[in-house]
Write a protein that binds this ligand. Structure first.
Ligand code: NTF
Length: 835
């Protein structure tokens, strides 16, 4: 039954998606005129981008609206992906491709006197994340929407995303803020009516039956902003709900009337601060109060929202886990566990044991690293002050849990100590990983090796307690829409032509790429494949020329390492390897050099602002580049660039242009890696250690198509022990590396004193095993050089690699979560008005 007014009047006026050129033109011009208040006379590229974006947004809103109505009516079980980071990048190109409107927009925009590609460049990245963890969340949203799964993301709407990286003339990294919301953001819908009050501080008074009353303290408002997530070639458009913090009251009227204006706005400033900035730390935690506030603010708002939606269904509370699955993206949202307990016990009057049963059937926890410095812990005194009720709940959970452990392993005090949610010490700390594991139905790692390490190291005791079936694996994936079709249109086109199936078929079932294998031997196909790579290299060269003012030899091999700067990722090994190559070239005669294949090495990546050694490594890279790029003896054969301010958009230019990329973490430290998948999908080969998803990539593409080197995971512990107790001098382990270190120390690349602290990490403890792996690394790079000599063989490897990347589609990963974890099913939007 039609809900309101005259059905015919409504239906005639309801707009659908603008899909033909006249409608698109009208929509864009309408936004130029009325949303932007501009004219053809004063419309610049930014304005034209905004008008085009607003018109696409209108289309997304129509689909989004119908999807939400449809889901509300169908009331399926839903999954919620809680992530502090969503590294979305740009939206316009992706939205046009998903809607299938790119060509039409391109034509329309031409007629209006602009070029679509130029307009796409006007968009600022939404960079609400640090690296792999945040980009993974973005890929998972794309795959969920594309597979019509009822999945929402929940995150924070930071005013400032990851900092902008500048490189000073002396090579140091400088950080500038990223005011990404400055020119208004067309991709979000403010939902000022969707808001919740979130409490901090105050006191909690226990009542009977495990209940308590939490009152007093400070209250702030969480306001929803919805970001539309279009699926690929479906009208289903999912939602990413980001919370912004606001003061509950604008300002304190009493102080204002008393003439104390500063005081009057103080509390409003402190409320707004909660979502002001993304913490720029990757793999480290700092124990800052504001970060804990962010975590609670976000999980409390998200749970309130989820609970409200559930209650609208009018089902008994015991059915909560039949309608709600919540995925915890690392430990950052772990407070959602005690928060759900608080809501159930204190607000919904659910008995404790039943509440615990509901809770532990709702949550799922993904671990993304085994590095000890990344495992979150919060000081008990801070928790007690900021979240007094949650601290009580954590103690109650822990009490029951330790009783169960003691029952199964009587008298094992060490075990109790290790497994307790509370770590003894001064101060005591709350171990978030333990809490997340105890409160979740399943725990997973992000690649086979990593999940095995989770089971045998950080979660070993828990595996013994719960059994191994609670601890599983979902190997990460990437969306082929952005990471092939969007960033590499030439290759996408070639693939579609060759496979002789529609583009949307293989983009939705990436295993179909295997059809390329039959062309690997076909010279005509090889030429086309190589031509695409060549034009992508030219696109990157153009970027380098316009940003750094340096010409790039596109006939050289392009060797790329792009990722966050971290000692465990060993950009250090790469730069020391480059120096070695440089010294070797210098020692050659001019004749000998002529036989060498030229190579261009690209680095990009940000270091956490407080990470001293990582910043030194950047500085070394920049200064080595300066020396070798100017050396007349060698610059024809070796050049190197550090591209500042790495971002999703820069990755989209870099990745398709690479011949070879480096994924060279110390074995056992990189949980998965996802850029390795992106490079291979774009026909780049891989140099890597036997670590993370590199292993599974090699399984798929064949070990003869990857260049592995270095010690294996089981050897790492022993080598570290050796470094501490029976150190062997670098000269003995690797004379080549010793020479490299000596040259840096001698000032060949600028003031030697500067780099000593970094060089000492290699000479002394060498925790990341550079000295152990250097020789085999250099050998692997020689094998790369050798393989590159035979260009036809190289191209075959490239084709075979891309052809075998089906497994690494994030569609596969999301299906795994949907079936094995969340138990949710696709709900496809009908053809008209959500029917
Ligand atoms: C990262 N973890 C891992 O270091 C990467 O190997 C992995 O690919 C991504 O997660 C995505 O799973 C983190 O960023 C963190 F925060 F857990 F340390």
């Amino acid at each position: 039954k039609w809900p309101r007014g005259d059905e015919k009047t409504w239906k005639e006026a309801l707009r659908g998606v603008a899909t033909d050129e006249p409608a698109i033109t009208k929509a864009i011009v309408n936004h130029v005129q009325t949303s932007l208040a501009r004219q053809p006379h004063n419309l610049d590229e930014l304005g034209a981008y905004q008008a085009a974006a607003l018109s696409v947004r209108d289309n997304l809103i129509v689909n989004w609206n119908e999807t939400q109505l449809h889901m509300t009516r169908k009331a399926p079980k839903r999954a919620y992906y809680l992530s502090l980071e969503f590294l979305m990048g740009r939206t316009l190109d992706n939205a046009l491709l998903n809607l299938g409107l790119k060509n039409k927009y391109s034509d329309t925009i031409n007629k209006l006197g602009f070029n679509l590609e130029d307009l796409l460049d006007q968009e600022r990245d939404a960079a609400l994340g640090n690296g792999g963890l945040g980009r993974l969340a973005a890929c998972y949203l794309d795959s969920s929407a594309s597979q019509e799964l009822p999945v929402w993301g929940y995150g924070l709407r930071y005013q400032y995303g990851i900092f902008q990286q500048l490189i000073a003339p002396d090579g140091q990294q400088l950080e500038a803020p990223d005011p990404w919301l400055q020119n208004q953001n067309p991709w979000e819908l403010p939902r000022l009516d969707v808001n919740y009050e979130i409490r901090f501080y105050g006191h909690s008074e226990r009542l009977e039956g495990g209940k308590a009353v939490w009152s007093g303290g400070q209250e702030v408002l969480a306001v929803a902003y919805d970001v539309m997530i279009p699926g690929y070639e479906t009208r289903n458009t999912n939602n990413l709900r980001l919370w912004e913090s606001k003061p509950k009251r604008g300002f304190d009227l009493n102080s204002f009337n008393a003439g104390d204006y500063e005081r009057a706005v103080e509390s409003s400033n402190s409320a707004a601060a909660i979502t002001s900035v993304l913490y720029p730390n990757d793999h480290t935690t700092f124990g800052k109060e504001l970060r804990l506030k962010q975590q609670y603010f976000w999980t409390a708002a998200s749970l309130a929202d989820i609970m409200r939606r559930f209650k609208n269904l009018d089902k008994p509370i015991t059915e909560f886990p039949d309608y709600v699955a919540i995925q915890l993206n690392d430990t950052h949202p772990t407070l959602a566990i005690p928060e759900l307990m608080r809501i159930l016990v204190d607000e919904e009057d659910v008995p404790w044991d039943l509440a615990w049963n509901i809770t532990t059937n709702t949550f799922f926890f993904t671990n993304h690293t085994v590095l000890p410095e990344a495992l979150e812990k919060w000081p008990v005194p801070l928790m007690e002050q900021l979240l007094p009720r949650h601290m009580q709940i954590v103690y109650d959970i822990n009490f029951a849990f330790l009783q169960a452990v003691d029952k199964k392993f009587p008298g094992d005090l060490d075990k109790l100590n290790r497994m307790s949610i509370i770590e003894e010490g001064f101060p005591k700390q709350v171990r978030m990983a333990n809490l997340a594991c105890i409160g979740s139905r399943k725990v997973n790692g992000v690649a086979e090796l990593h999940s095995e390490l989770v089971r045998t190291t950080i979660m070993k005791d828990f595996v013994e307690l719960y059994g191994v079936s609670k601890f599983a694996n979902v190997t990460n994936g990437i969306t082929p829409r952005r990471w092939l079709d969007q960033c590499n249109p030439g290759l996408s086109q070639l693939i579609t032509e060759s496979l002789k199936i529609p583009r949307n078929t293989w983009l939705k079932d990436l295993y179909k790429l295997e059809g390329l294998l039959e062309y690997a031997e076909d010279p005509a196909f090889q030429r086309k494949w190589a031509a695409v790579k060549q034009s992508n290299k030219q696109r990157l060269a153009h970027y380098v020329e316009t940003t750094l003012g340096h010409k790039v030899n596109t006939n050289a091999m392009f060797d790329v390492q792009v990722k966050r700067l971290h000692e465990y990722k060993r950009q250090s090994l790469n730069i020391l390897g480059v120096i070695h190559r440089y010294l070797t070239l210098k020692a050659m005669s001019a004749e000998e050099r002529k036989k060498v294949n030229p190579k261009v090495v690209f680095f990009a990546g940000k270091a956490a602002p407080g990470y001293y050694i990582a910043k030194l490594i950047i500085r070394l890279i920049v200064n080595v580049a300066r020396v070798i790029n100017e050396d007349p003896d060698t610059k024809e054969y070796l050049t190197m660039f550090f591209l500042p301010d790495y971002s999703v958009s820069l990755a989209e230019v870099l990745i398709p242009a690479s011949d070879i990329s480096q994924h060279i973490s110390t074995a056992g430290t990189e949980a998965s890696g996802t850029s390795n998948m992106k490079f291979c999908l774009n026909g780049g080969l891989l140099v890597g250690t036997v670590d993370g998803a590199n292993i599974e990539i090699a399984e798929e593409v064949g070990e003869n198509n990857v260049f592995f080197f270095g010690h294996l995971t089981p050897a790492v512990e022993g080598l570290r022990y050796q470094h501490s107790y029976h150190p062997v001098p670098v000269e003995q382990k690797s004379p080549a590396l010793a020479t490299v270190l000596k040259e840096v120390s001698a000032g060949r690349f600028g003031d030697p004193g500067v780099y000593e602290p970094f060089l000492n990490t290699v000479r002394q403890h060498d925790y990341y095993l550079l000295t152990d792996d250097f020789e085999s690394y250099i050998r692997a790079l020689s094998m790369v050089d050798e393989a590159y000599q035979d260009r036809t063989e190289w191209i075959k490897k490239s084709i075979r690699t891309a052809a075998k990347m089906g497994k690494f589609s994030s569609d596969r990963a999301i299906q795994d979560y949907a079936q094995e974890y969340w138990n949710i099913e696709s709900v496809k939007l009908g053809d008209v008005n959500g029917a």
